[in-house]
Structures are given as structure tokens and as C-alpha cells.
Design a protein around this ligand. Structure first.
Ligand SMILES: [Fe+2]
Length: 312
């Protein structure tokens, strides 16, 4: 993995890739995706209080760890000043949707699509990504952010794949589905088998959130690396790592996806297994924006140590 994308042609942002050829297979399209390296995520206003990351200072303190900004966007809120400033400087971004149910054709309404296209024009992201679950139940509304996992069935995988292809063709950019978090999962497939089917049917890369995967394995009573042997790691373009908290409530042990500064041991086990073995990996995000700069240094350092040699 290289640290940075090659120099962008004039008129495009660093790391931006446009005009995905829909007739070309993923194993060829992926060659054009830039190597973003380590990055940090944000949502509207996330870096604007005393107990959250100071983005400018983080870049100054850990330049090798904050190569790109993953912009979590809810269309109803739009882009905040940090996102606009980052993109305005020509620095690499990715666009993480927070308000799209990929498996619902009615969710691709013209007003939402028009707003997304406008934001893509501003951010010029390397690709689009987002949790492939239910961001809302019923019609989209501001601030829903429900995020339930999909039903892990064959029919659901087909529906999700159709949405991915639709968004990719509408935007001309790769769309990477992310395995969502959850405590209760319905359906007969292991979540990794489910996303393997989604990826194959949409002929797409994926975003593997290792904190979400650790939560899933624990909730379902599986071993932490169960299902990885059969998963197509060559489709993993992006990885997420985040802190979690192990909790017990009335005898029920569960892991909260709290995005704290310290990933649990299972998440690190997965990171050590996946990051060195994903041949098309382009980006790793430490989802830690709602923590102080001082709290996240150790996590960034450990992640940097896992990156292939050329990426440090
Ligand atoms: Fe994530």
C-alpha cells in the first residue's frame, strides 16, 4: 500500500476517481482506485467541541495517520465546514452515506440523488461507502440514524446488490457496502457469507468494519475469525477499526460500538488477520472522531504498525 494517491490530473482532487466503466469487472476497476492509507472519519460538526478530535492538530501531530477524511453525510444536514475546507484544499476524501437503505428502490428519490451529486462535486471522493443496512424504517427523515443490520438471507443479498449497482451507475463512482453493527441478527447466513454474496452479485469491493464484525461474532457465539476463510479478501478495499466497550446487562454480555479510543482485543485480532492479507486494500479508517487527540495516539500507532511496509 502506498501512502498517497498518484498526482491528480488538473481539475480533480487528490485521490478522486471518476467515471467507473460499468462494463468493466471489479478486478480491473479496482486497479484505478487510489491508495489512501490511514485516515479518520467525521460527521457533521463532529470535530467542533472540546472533547472531540481537533482535526488540524491531529494532522500536524500524526501526518502519516490522517491521510484522508471519511465524510459521513446525512443529506438533510449536508457538509460541514471541516469537510468543505479539507476538500477545498484538494485533500483526499471518501463519502460515507448515513441515510440510504440500499435495498429500497424508493430511497433513491430524485431530491436525495440530486443532493448527493452536489456533495460529490464538492468532496470529489475516491469512492462512496456506507453501512448496508436500514438507516431508517419507513420514509427517510432528518436525524433517523436507526441503522439496523440487513436480514442475512439470499434474497436480501440480491436486493442490496441491485442498490449498489444502481448507485454506482448513477454516480460513476465505486460503492463499497459496509457490514453494519447490531446485537440481534435475522436470517440464515453468516454475515461474511452474506456480504460475499452481495459483493459477487454487485461485482463490487467492500468495506469491512472489523469492530462491527467482532461484535457480530460475539453476539452470535462464533469464534472471532469464523467465516474469514471463505471470504474474498481480494474485494476488501477499505477497513474500519473502532473502540468498543464490553458490557453486561442483567446477565447478558454484549459489546457496545461506542467508537471510543480503545478497540477491544477481538477487533485487533481481526485487524492483524485482515489488513496484511487484503491485496487490494486501499484505506483504513480509525473511527475515533469523538475522542480527544491525546486519547487516540496509541490506536493510530498500532494501526500504522499493521500497514504493509510501504504504507508507514
Ligand atoms: Fe464503520
Amino acid at each position: 500500500m502506498r501512502l498517497r494517491a498518484a498526482s491528480a490530473p488538473s481539475g480533480t482532487a487528490e485521490g478522486e476517481v471518476t467515471a467507473a466503466d460499468p462494463s468493466e469487472r471489479f478486478d480491473r476497476r479496482v486497479r484505478r482506485l487510489p491508495h489512501l492509507g490511514l485516515g479518520v472519519s467525521t460527521e457533521y460538526g463532529a470535530h467542533r467541541s472540546a472533547d472531540t478530535l481537533d482535526l488540524a492538530r491531529l494532522v500536524a501531530e500524526h501526518p502519516a495517520c490522517v491521510r484522508f477524511l471519511e465524510c459521513g453525510v446525512e443529506v438533510a444536514k449536508g457538509l460541514d465546514e471541516d469537510m468543505r475546507r479539507w476538500a477545498g484544499a484538494g485533500r483526499p476524501t471518501t463519502y460515507h452515506f448515513l441515510d440510504l437503505n440500499l435495498d429500497e428502490p424508493e430511497d433513491f428519490d430524485p431530491a436525495w440523488m440530486a443532493a448527493v451529486m452536489e456533495f460529490l462535486e464538492v468532496l470529489r471522493p475516491a469512492w462512496i461507502c456506507g453501512d448496508a443496512g436500514l438507516w431508517h424504517f419507513g420514509p427517510r427523515d432528518r436525524g433517523h440514524m436507526l441503522l439496523l443490520p440487513p436480514i442475512l438471507s439470499d434474497a436480501s443479498a440480491t436486493a442490496l446488490a441491485a442498490g449498489i449497482v444502481r448507485l454506482r451507475e448513477a454516480t460513476g463512482r465505486e460503492v463499497l457496502p459496509e457490514n453494519p453493527p447490531g446485537q440481534v441478527f435475522l436470517g440464515d447466513l453468516h454475515i461474511l457469507d452474506f456480504f460475499a454474496r452481495v459483493a459477487e452479485r454487485a461485482d463490487t469491493g467492500v468495506l469491512l468494519d472489523l469492530a462491527h464484525l467482532a461484535i457480530y461474532q460475539r453476539a452470535m457465539g462464533f469464534e472471532v475469525t469464523d467465516g474469514l476463510d471463505g471470504f474474498p479478501l481480494e474485494r476488501v478495499v477499505e477497513v474500519h477499526v473502532a473502540g468498543g466497550r464490553e458490557r453486561v446487562h442483567e446477565g447478558l454480555a454484549w459489546i457496545e460500538d461506542e467508537h471510543g479510543p480503545e478497540p477491544i482485543a477481538d477487533t485487533w485480532t481481526l485487524a492483524e488477520r485482515v489488513i496484511p492479507r487484503a491485496p487490494e486494500l486501499r484505506a483504513v479508517v480509525f473511527e475515533c472522531e469523538r475522542n480527544t487527540n491525546g486519547a487516540v495516539g496509541a490506536g493510530f500507532a498500532r494501526l500504522a504498525g499493521l500497514m504493509p511496509a510501504g504504507a508507514r
